[in-house]
Unconditional design. Structure first.
Length: 516
């Protein structure tokens, strides 16, 4: 009995260990997705904002208190319709003062004009005096000549000659004084004419001041510059607006809400693929089940950089006849840039799958099916043989490059479907030649009826990040490709990291994984 008690515990431990080791072993389970045939469209996704085609900010050029408002939010207004009134009292007083100054300047002009007329008459009178003095000087000169002749004959005395000489000299001096008076009168007339010109300039200045005051008074009446809808009102009655530095915005008018634009922020990696005239679709949060359609009108070359992320504005025009969409709504835009019709579609999850086996077993299996790692596409990073990163060893299902999975904000806050370094191709980013075609190879694993795996080499084309076009290869629609597996050594399926297959993983629509 004692020996039995000593032997029983070790035997029990050995039995339990054997039961745990052999009894809990489970066969390998594969999760598969079906190869399909159909259409594939590669799209560029971005977020944007809905705006009116023409938006006008209505401001005020003068300061004052808001006396009246004639428009409110969502009001329909016509061009030149009065939408607000600023208290005009101060500007009316300023206009009256400017008009009084202008009248005073005009009166000053009339006074100077009358003064000029008087001075012109004085000039004429002085000129007449000059003529009289010239005649008197001539007469005195003649008398002096006759006196000299008579004095020489001894008829007149020397005293008479001296008197005649004095009269002639006085007449000449009087002529010179009169001529100086003429010059003085002309100078005075010219000065008055200059004052008249200055007074006329002051009249023009006062008139301009009055006109400016009149214009400022007219600006107290705020009118709609266009036909449209009031989408914003920023003032209330009694509020003071100050236009000293810049015109304050009182209203924002949208001209036509039946024709609108989406300003989509497109990543620099995608903008080269977008062409003007391409059809685009978008959704908004207000109508999540409804798809709206538009057309790319413009790809603007003005780049915007935010935190070292470069984006470009892609303008999409669309009809909003029922005015369901409002300015400022966020739009989630999809722009097709490449497509393939009636083609074999490979689930992307199949290109990220890597079977659980050693490197030697994998190479042996590839050699068994006559697949060489140095064959087509070997110069690029592979997908199938190194599914979860291939030879590079990137984790399965990784998005790479920091870009988000389908429907999640990625680089720069834009909506981008999966892809990146976790796209089909085994962890290597593959650009589209001309924005439409892929040019890389991948190895996928087909599940045979005996539950064994067969590697197949395929050349990839257009992808929508759920399915990828097969350009070259022997796969056929309906065949099953492995996208994940589970065994006693693998508790997490290789599909989208640690997510279980079938929970929104890469298989996507039409590629629901199945257990085999």
């Amino acid at each position: 009995m004692g020996r039995a008690l000593l032997v029983a515990p070790p035997v029990a431990v050995v039995v339990l260990a054997g039961f745990w080791a052999y009894g809990s072993r489970q066969p390998v389970q594969y999760y598969t997705a079906r190869v399909e045939k159909g259409n594939i469209a590669q799209v560029v996704q971005a977020t944007g904002t809905i705006n009116a085609v023409t938006t006008v900010q209505v401001g005020s050029q003068v300061s004052g208190n808001i006396a009246k408002l004639f428009a409110d939010f969502n009001s329909q207004v016509k061009r030149n319709q009065i939408i607000a009134q600023i208290d005009p009292a101060t500007l009316q007083a300023r206009l009256m003062q400017a008009e009084a100054d202008m009248d005073n300047a005009r009166a000053n002009v009339k006074g100077l004009e009358a003064q000029i007329d008087v001075q012109k008459a004085d000039v004429l009178a002085v000129k007449a005096g000059v003529d009289r003095a010239r005649a008197q000087a001539k007469e005195a000169e003649q008398n002096l000549g006759r006196t000299k002749e008579l004095f020489a004959q001894g008829i007149l005395s020397a005293a008479q000659l001296d008197t005649a000489q004095s009269n002639a000299d006085a007449a000449v001096a009087s002529l010179r004084v009169t001529e100086a008076q003429v010059a003085q009168s002309n100078a005075r007339l010219k000065s008055t004419i200059a004052q008249l010109d200055q007074a006329k300039a002051q009249v023009a200045q006062r008139k301009a001041s009055a006109e400016l005051a009149r214009v400022d008074l007219a600006h107290t009446t705020i009118r709609a510059p266009i036909d449209g809808t009031v989408i914003a009102r920023n003032v209330d009655v009694g509020q003071t607006v100050a236009a000293s530095l810049q015109a304050p915005t009182l209203f924002v008018l949208a001209q036509d809400l039946t024709k609108m634009l989406v300003y989509a922020k497109t990543d620099e990696a995608d903008v080269g693929k977008i062409k003007v005239g391409a059809m685009a679709t978008f959704r908004v949060d207000s109508f999540p089940r409804e798809m709206f359609r538009g057309m790319v009108k413009q790809v603007r070359m003005n780049a915007t950089m935010v935190q070292n992320v470069v984006t470009y504005d892609t303008i999409i025009e669309f009809d909003n006849a029922d005015q369901k969409l409002f300015p400022g709504m966020t739009a989630y835009v999809s722009i097709p840039v490449a497509w393939a019709n009636d083609t074999v579609k490979i689930p992307n999850g199949a290109m990220r799958f890597k079977p659980e086996m050693t490197e030697e077993d994998r190479k042996e299996l590839l050699a068994k099916f006559n697949i060489s790692e140095d064959g087509p596409g070997a110069g690029q990073r592979r997908a199938g043989a190194g599914g979860a990163g291939g030879a590079g060893g990137r984790p399965a299902g990784g998005n790479g490059g920091g870009e988000a999975a389908s429907g999640a904000p990625g680089k720069g806050g834009m909506m981008r479907r999966g892809g990146g370094e976790g796209e089909p191709g085994g962890g290597a980013p593959s650009r589209m030649g001309g924005g439409s075609q892929r040019d890389d190879w991948a190895t996928v694993w087909k599940l045979l009826p005996n539950k064994s795996l067969e590697p197949m080499r395929v050349k990839l084309g257009v992808t929508d990040f759920t399915f990828t076009q097969m350009v070259e290869g022997s796969l056929k629609a309906g065949e099953e490709l492995v996208i994940g597996q589970s065994s006693k050594n693998s508790t997490a399926q290789q599909q989208g990291g640690s997510r279980p297959p079938g929970m929104g993983g890469p298989a996507g629509p039409g590629g629901m994984p199945r257990r085999m």
